[in-house]
Design a protein around this ligand. Sequence first.
Ligand SMILES: Nc1ncnc2c1ncn2[C@@H]1O[C@H](COP(=O)(O)OP(=O)(O)OP(=O)(O)O)[C@@H](O)[C@H]1O
Ligand SMILES: [Mg+2]
Length: 465
Amino acid sequence: MSSARKAPSLRRHIVAVSLSAGALLFLLSGGLILFVSWSFMKSEYEGFLARSTSDLVGEYAESKGDLKEMRHFFDEDVEEHGADRIFLLLTDPAGRDVLNACADKTILRTMLSRAQRNLPAYRISKESDLPHHNRIVLRVKTTVLPDGFKLSIGHNVTADEQYLLFLAITLGGAFLFSLLLGGWAADWLARRFVRSLQNVSDAADRIRAGEWSTRVTPSHESRELVLLEDAFNTMCDQNEKTLTELKTLTDDIAHDLRTPLTRLRTAAEFAAMGGELNRPLPEMLFEQSSDMLELINTMLEISQTGCKLDRTPREDIDLCAFLHETVELYATVLDDQKLAINLDLPKESVVFSGHRGRLQRLLGNLLDNAIKFTPGGGVITLSLVRTASAVVLRVSDTGCGIAPEEIPHIFRRFWRSDSSRSLPGNGLGLALAKAIVTSYAGTITCESSLGKGTTFTITIPGDVN
Ligand SMILES: Nc1ncnc2c1ncn2[C@@H]1O[C@H](COP(=O)(O)OP(=O)(O)OP(=O)(O)O)[C@@H](O)[C@H]1O
Ligand SMILES: [Mg+2]
């Protein structure tokens, strides 16, 4: 909790990152627009000044320095481009003004002083006398003529530069506006996003405080958040289910251990008070403790078999031979109970890679049940079928059968039908059988008809030769 407080808030993070990215993008694109506009204008000015200079230099050479003719050319240029767009000046080698076409005295003076000092008066910005021009920006090009005279041409670029300034101010304004708008939008989005995460965190807190049924209400903010909320709710459902199962299991274990323990305690109490028991106490102690040990061992076996990390090595088992051996072990019991057994096995051998001990427990539990729930004179059938990708084992009996509504419960730990409670057992045999079959990625199903008999079918895919 304390480290969470020290960490920067996600909302601030999102806003800062979005704003920085937006600002950078805006500055780059704005800078690019200004740079391209400025470069374009610059090449236009330079082109204009170069063309005008080359024309006038040519005309000066043609007129052989005749100032009257040059006056005529100057007037023509001014007429063509406008008296407030172009300014012309011709100075003698001593820097004196010999001819000019300049409507603005301030500009004339500046151009003159630059031409006299032979300065490349490229860009000058001056207060102007021209009507409607407070300030004027010129691009000036001065060329030294072959006879030492100098020709200066000034091009009024005030409007273009003003446009550039206007563009820069507009972009700046847009930048500030989008910064504000972007900040608000990023904050709004971040708040919605963070709220969904906060809901999950709050729900987790409530569950930690014991409110197990708490779930997150789907926010429908975004697909990823809905997936997170769904995953959280599914995890909670699963946890709640597991906890309920665990509680039921603990209750069942406690219940099943309590009966033999109570019996033992009552017998020990009775013996201690000098009472005479039907059977010797050590014999009872051995019997009851064996039952309890059997229950605990089976529970442990179910838990170990169901554990996904179990790495007990497998071995190749010839299933036909294995079924023969197992049936032989049950020969005496079957005889005692007056039950017949049929073995329906394929001719070719079926080799399965598994654990001999577990398969013995699996088949033993099914045979135990078949023997327990089939009255004398009944028949038990064991059949084995090999398909292309699986091995199918069936254990059928002609016993009492199971009611259809009870079939969904028979694989639950400690579940026993009311009619079988008088018979020995803990209700763990089928749960263990299911755990073993599941550990081989197989399935176990039950079909039964009351009074006619029951068939368990086990299908295990893979590794069958
Ligand atoms: N072949 C069968 N015929 C009729 N009922 C059966 C059969 N197999 C299982 N059942 C029913 O399913 C219940 C659960 O069987 P399971 O093998 O898990 O427990 P159990 O045999 O009662 O005890 P345990 O196997 O622990 O000795 C049985 O108590 C019985 O009611
Ligand atoms: Mg059983």
